[in-house]
Write a protein that binds this ligand. Structure first.
Ligand code: PLP
Length: 340
């Protein structure tokens, strides 16, 4: 990255804006207005991203196709509904650094977290603990607590990582010490890839490495990482990950979420999984057989057919993200943070 000498003058900021290769993308989003008609300063993209202008047309197309085709829309809609989730695979795998067979869009975030824990939190008498940040998003903490209870293990099975007294963020050496000193008892390490509260971006690759060394599975909640930082989920050997798309990825309130399962788990016939017909091998799904045949991909975790209206806005926004790419976005994000 080129070196930039920052200064706080308005002319410097203006010059940075003028030279910004991504500035035209601002016009691709609706920005809420103040009473005087000027744009508000929107710093809540980490909670709900703004609406891409293309969303409306994309949604109208689906409504029109439903009107026109009825059930035949599954095959004859402009974007056929039957394979609808597949329209995201290429772009999403590039966005999170995964292989195409490792990603899937489905459900909502906390739902996916529970579904992944069915497969990746398999506590035993000796190894049953979960590691999480003390400042984890409440839904994640509730999910962990309730999974521990569901499996019949005591409350203190949750190990919460806290910063040192007087410090805000976690030191990697402290994370490592906690993991190693509880090494025999930890079943799962599940952290927010970027903590929602402190913004700390953990060293996912290193945490995964030490987690595997002590014999645990390692997953991340990437709600604040996907679309925000550069991820290499496959290369980092992460077991599983989940995320939503309505924050940094501008896909609209409560819209469809995502999940990653590392390739090494995809062909394990013994992996426990909650099953539904959309996870069934697509070639034979409509033979309506009575035995589940998983797809050879993360799609095998799907339960239901695609909720099209919840997915359509993501089609529009992923096009923008894919066009720009995470490298360019991340570069700009670092410049902006440096300027702040
Ligand atoms: C935003 C967020 C959630 C929200 O979960 P939903 O199931 O989408 O409502 C959960 N966990 C983290 C870490 C989040 O940042």
């Amino acid at each position: 990255m080129e070196t930039i000498t920052f200064n706080t003058s308005p002319s410097f900021a203006q010059q940075m804006d003028n030279n910004d290769r991504l500035k035209k993308y601002r016009d691709q989003f609706y920005i809420p207005k103040k009473n005087d008609g000027s744009d508000i300063l929107y710093f809540c993209g980490n909670s709900l991203g703004l609406q891409p202008k293309k969303v409306e047309g994309y949604l109208l197309q689906e409504i029109e196709d439903w009107k026109k085709h009825g059930v035949e829309g599954h095959f004859h809609a402009n974007n056929a509904w039957m394979p609808y989730h597949e329209f995201f695979t290429k772009k999403l795998s590039r966005l999170v650094g995964a292989q195409e067979n490792e990603v899937v869009v489905m459900n909502t975030l906390t739902t996916n977290l529970h579904l992944m824990m069915v497969s990746f939190y398999r506590p035993t008498k000796k190894r049953y603990k979960i590691v999480i940040e003390k400042s984890a998003f409440p839904s994640d903490k509730y999910a962990m607590d309730s999974q521990i209870r569901f499996h019949g293990y005591p409350k203190d099975s949750l190990i919460q990582l806290s910063p040192r007294k007087g410090e805000e963020i976690l030191r990697i050496e402290d994370i490592e010490n906690t993991i190693r000193s509880n090494g025999d008892e930890i079943a799962l390490i599940m952290l927010g890839g970027v903590n929602y509260y402190t913004g700390q971006f953990f060293d996912l690759e290193y945490i995964t490495k030490i987690g595997h060394e002590i014999g645990a599975t390692v997953g991340f909640d990437l709600a604040h990482a996907t679309g925000n930082v550069i991820l290499k989920l496959h290369e980092w050997n992460i077991d599983f990950a989940v995320w939503c798309h309505y924050k940094y990825l501008n896909s609209g309130p409560g819209s469809i979420a995502g999940a990653f399962v590392h390739e090494k788990h995809l062909h394990d016939p013994n992996i426990p999984r909650f099953e539904g017909w959309w996870g069934h091998d697509k070639a034979t799904r409509f033979l309506m057989g009575d035995t589940f045949q998983p797809m050879p991909s993360a799609e095998s975790w799907q339960l239901s057919n695609a909720p099209v209206f919840s997915m359509t806005p993501l089609l529009a926004s992923l096009e923008l993200f894919d066009e720009v790419g995470m490298y360019e976005l991340n570069k700009k994000s670092k410049i902006l943070t440096g300027y702040m």
